[in-house]
Design a protein around this ligand. Sequence first.
Ligand code: MCA
Ligand code: AMP
Length: 494
Amino acid sequence: MNENVYALFETRFRTDRDAICLYVPDGEDWRYGDLVAQVSRAAGALVNLGVRPGGRVVTQTEKTPQALALYLGCLKVGAVYVPLNTAYTAVEMEYFLSDAEPALLVCDTSQRVECAVPTETLDASGGGSFAERMNAAHALEPTVSRAADDVAAIVYTSGTTGRPKGAMLTHRNLESNARTLCDAWGWRSDDVLLHALPIFHVHGLFVALHCVFLGGGSMVFLPRFDADAVIEHLPSSTVMMGVPTFYTRLLGHNAFTGDVCRAMRLFISGSAPLAAQTFADFEARTGHRILERYGMSETLMNTSNPLAGERTGGTVGFALPGTEARIADGDRVLGEGEIGEIEVRGPNVFKGYWRMPDKTAEEFRRDGFFRTGDLGVMDSEGRVSIAGRTKDLIISGGYNVYPKEVETLIDEMPEVSESAVIGVPHPDFGEGVVAVVVPRHEPVDAAMVEAALKDRLARFKQPKRVVCMVGLPRNVMGKVQKNALRERFADLFA
Ligand code: MCA
Ligand code: AMP
């Protein structure tokens, strides 16, 4: 049996040929028949370019229907899809390309760099050399056979110490999570998903798209989050998924009213903590209780508030069917009400880190549970609340920033003796990145840090504020006390 997840999607697409799949503002809508045809052409183009089953295809493209066809085309030919954030600089890309050793890179023309990897372009307009190759290619049939355990995608997530790690997600991971979420969120064939997330991360790519691909319905395919555009399209949508920043930005908009949400049945939030206040304000404004869920690149979705039962602000709900969640402290599994590390096990949990067997082994318990690095607490009914992180990570507007990566670059500045990068409350991004810097001689300012990081680090990772101190607070072991820094600078963005 072919366990390629695209074979599952394709069966549905073919029965819904005439139904609209993508509403594309300022562009042409795509029916499912169009999607199937474009995916088969993308697959043909990939094979013509020498991409073989198991070969990696790295993409750094804008959000277009053609980019979607490229993603599904990779699945169809049995290749491993490796999506990357468009904000990454050429320096960051160099690392990903050397680590993934792809057969092909597809990027926006403006981001094309000199490299040894065969490169094609796909632009925001939907044009580019890859689009031309798609047009010229013969449709490739049938979908290449894959086993459930074969890798479908590699998603890079940064490491707390070294370089980003590629999380290998299998066809089984993608399929099982898609089925679980369609069930849990009551996906309907007449749902219209308002899709404003980027498609290079798990949330916008696997969670959002796969609900539509498997469960049916259509989506309003916005190129990015823009509050005005979202408000314009909400009245014709039924479901929206977003990071908390989407919801706080909507609440900051006068035109966002209960009436605008009249056709909506479900708002879902994830990727970062949704403040209890935002949950309450949203309900007061619209009557909708946002459904918060919790996941990771390595595990797809783990827990969710219920569709039918009580959705509680400040919690991430219950382990999804098929997934087990527990709270642990080392080898000890904790009881209700005790804070510890969240560990999960199930068909949603990834296969391991690409070419990092030691790192993979470190993150799994002997009984197969994966250590998330998130702290949580479970109540007597199994409802999970996130209580912090054991990993040194900042989540800004739903994007992860690993302080170590930023500190390493700041510490290389000749003017800097040492630095600590922290996240503190930010009204728009949830957490804002702050660099606490100990200068060698003269004060170091934000412009100097910005100049040093400009070409080396994606903009969203760069500090929004730089503050100088004569020394960093340390504990008796010599470790920087980041908690003390976070407390001291808590009001920086207030
Ligand atoms: C943009 N900027 C940011 C961020 N985004 N700075 C900090 N944090 C951010 N998230 C910077 C830009 O570099 C720019 O800086 C300025 O803010 C405005 O840029 P712009 O492109 O206009 O920003 P935006 O369009 O307003 O974007 C904000 C956003 C976006 C809509 C919140 O970041 C976004 O779509 N986030 C979603 C991330 C996401 O999908 N995460 C899912 C990960 P300057 O002006 O100084 O040049 S998957 C995951 O976490 C797991 C699996 C899960 O559970 O889902
Ligand atoms: P990523 O590495 O991008 O997959 O990010 C995964 C991390 O996002 C998790 O380990 C959590 O720290 C965080 N996260 C995801 N969903 C939530 C949520 N609903 N509440 C709090 N943190 C979340």
